[in-house]
Design a protein around this ligand. Structure first.
Ligand code: DON
Length: 306
């Protein structure tokens, strides 16, 4: 079979995306992210055969934000099993990632693990299981990417903590329903810290490969069963890009997770993982150039789970 020239595919996808007139706006509700350059743009593919390709700023570290929620979910399931689902659902919310509206009528059980309320529950369980939720995520990213420079940016975590009134409100609200097992302040600190991890497209594509390998880590050991990996991919597809998950599935056709740092990590089961980064966001909090580049890449190649 002819060898795929991933490098050219990435460059073409980025070029197509750059033709979009819109650039979006970097997240400014976390002041430390507001100054990001909306023209910054990088993309990387890691294949299950062990190859990595990149274009643009693919080795530049950025704030992973909600992309970290994919890893907290995987680690919490690996450590604690299905009991996790008693405290968090698996349905799309149809609301923004930081919305509070469903929490009261649904008795403090968030719709899914990727909206902020759900991610706080997952962080709480991972903290209970490991004693160090942010350490567990950072260690996993380092090991899978082979990059020990993956660290938490303390200035970003502190910036979010100072302005994180909504997350604090949600955490206290869920605690009032008994859906947090650790003190609210500890859960918030670990949540902000794993969101504030800095990593590159290269690092995240490599770290996301366990989902393409049906649950196997880089060293061949098993993190999740094949069925658990399938299930995480399913929740990524339906909930990973919030109230734009339908549009993302329509345009990209892959399970994916976005973050307000501008990163998007998508998985092609059995083949590889692709990560794209550009800080300009649309109204749903997803990278404008990032989604456009994934759209162009998957349209050109036919890569899809469908
Ligand atoms: O809690 C927050 O609002 C941020 N730390 C993460 C939100 C996020 O990345 C949503 N993704 N698009």
């Amino acid at each position: 079979m002819a060898r795929v020239d991933y490098q050219v595919l990435l460059q073409d996808a980025m070029e197509t995306a750059r033709r979009e007139p819109a650039r979006g706006k970097p997240a400014d509700y976390i002041p430390a992210l507001a100054a990001a350059d909306p023209e910054a743009f990088g993309m990387a593919i890691a294949t299950v055969d062990g190859e990595v390709f990149g274009a643009g700023a693919w080795q530049q570290a950025f704030s992973v934000q909600s992309v970290s929620k994919l890893f907290t979910l995987a680690l919490a399931l690996a450590e604690g099993g299905e009991g996790l689902w008693r405290g968090v659902g698996r349905e799309p919310s149809g609301n923004p990632f930081n919305s509070l509206v469903q929490l009261e009528s649904e008795h403090g059980i968030p719709r899914n693990p990727f909206i902020n309320a759900g991610a706080l529950v997952v962080t709480d369980r991972l903290l209970e299981l490991t004693g160090d939720a942010v350490g567990a995520v950072r260690e996993f990213l380092r090991r899978e990417s082979g990059n020990d420079a993956v660290v938490t940016d303390d200035a970003v975590a502190a910036s979010e903590a100072r302005h994180g009134h909504r997350n604090a409100a949600m955490a206290h609200f869920m605690a009032s329903y008994g859906n947090l097992r650790n003190p609210v302040d500890s859960v918030l600190a670990h949540y902000y810290a794993h969101c504030a991890i800095s990593a590159s497209c290269r690092d995240l594509a490599l770290a996301g490969l366990f989902l393409a390998r049906h649950g196997l880590r880089t060293d061949g050991s098993r993190l999740l069963s094949r069925s658990e990996a399938k299930r995480i991919n399913a929740v990524l597809l339906t909930c990973g890009t919030y109230d734009a998950a339908g549009e993302f599935a329509y345009r990209v056709g892959l399970p994916g997770k976005s973050g307000v740092g501008g990163g998007v990590l998508a998985v092609l089961p059995g083949r590889g993982a692709v990560c794209v980064w550009s800080p300009g966001l649309d109204a749903a909090g997803n990278s404008v150039l990032g989604v456009a580049a994934l759209d162009a890449l998957t349209t050109a190649t036919g890569w899809s789970v469908f």
